[in-house]
Design a protein around this ligand. Sequence first.
Ligand code: PMT
Length: 442
Amino acid sequence: MQVPPTKASHAHEVETPHDEVNRPSGGALSGKRVVLGISGGIAAYKAAELTRLLRKAGATVHVIMTQAAQAFITPLTLQTLSGNVVATELLDLTQESQIGHIQLADSADLLLIAPATADLLARLSLGLASDLLTTVALACQAKLVLCPAMNVNMWNKPQVQAHIAQLLSFGAHIIGPEQGELACGWVGSGRMVEPSAIVTAAESILAAEQKRDLAGRWVVVTAGPTYEAIDPVRFIGNRSSGKMGFALASDAVRRGAEVTLIAGPVALDTPPGVHRKNVESAREMAQAVLPLLERSRPPDCIVMAAAVADHRPTEVATRKRKKQDLGQSPQIALTENPDILRSLGEARRGPHPLLVGFAAETHDVEAYARRKLIEKGCDVIIANNVAEDGSGFGTDTNRVTILTRQSGDSVLRQELPLLGKSAVAEKIWEHLLPLLPAPRDS
Ligand code: PMT
């Protein structure tokens, strides 16, 4: 007797894409929109399982495939599993009208690329927009998570490692690769992390993103250099780009703080949600910062990341100083600027605000930083080695050691590796959170 075909009635008995659609998981991926990029490596076949698990975790999945990826797995498979049209072409009229690439980029809560081949990593690190996936990646403001997969010898090449370092400095998260037997027959590092582990990592990245642990707090960050005028044309300045201070402001606002950013002359856009006040000289910065202590509700924390000039020309010429008037060896007399951090340390009464300084040093970094921590009366100082390649002024990365004053002038130290400035900012806020004074009723 022939048994008539029946339709499974229980989702757990037969798993189809439709019985799992956005099943709420309560995790960080629940209700989130993941754009899943697939590039052309043998691990592309694992993207099918990854799509399934992402949906199981409650995410909506929109897949973008490179041309090479389609040689390993078909768009139809991904379309069926994701329940959404798969995007493959940048310059295709129909696809662009159905799913515009900017719309894809703007709507993503997470851009996850698995597998990420050596070629794709190179193009992402250079900022190329040579196909749909790299164009969306360039336009996308969401967290970028990359899961590299390739032959072990490719992975170990300095070129690939340089691209990875560059992408990390841009704030990308890199998951894997793992050690193991590779499809090409080699054994070593290069295997894409298993889909279930990728989903777990994506959840924790989004969970960290969603942390609002500075909600209800008011923090003030200073950033950039100061310019000390010599005449209407010239000034004494320094090489600070403002990147470190802006990264701190940006991460604080992401964590839910009200953020006032007092910026010296820099060419950076204001991070969304941040209140910015522009200043030029050290005295202007002092005027913007010091009165904040007088407020009935002073800030919870002030972070002085600005490179404030210690001195300014004693006299500022009202007209351009002419070369012929200056003689053989022109001199500029200097006057000491107010030390803003020291004044804050002296003026504050009680625990508000938590006072955080930076110490930019080229040698004996920690010894000088410790001295500034005590002498300027701050709670924490970030010792910044500005002599090392990739660290300090103008760079996208930084190497710092966080020094925290304990009772009796003893100091706790936490050394961080070379990281992107946004990752350094995250680590600094994580360190400062437990040190913040108790919140006050507003
Ligand atoms: O802006 P970027 O290009 O991203 O570079 C980041 C940075 C290197 C500028 C930053 O990480 C940094 O180290 N900032 C502090 C630079 C500095 O001026 O260090 P300092 O050791 O000279 O000063 C010690 C502290 O006193 C600093 O917190 C400074 O803001 C403060 N200070 C200094 C002089 C002064 N007159 N008033 C002050 O408040």
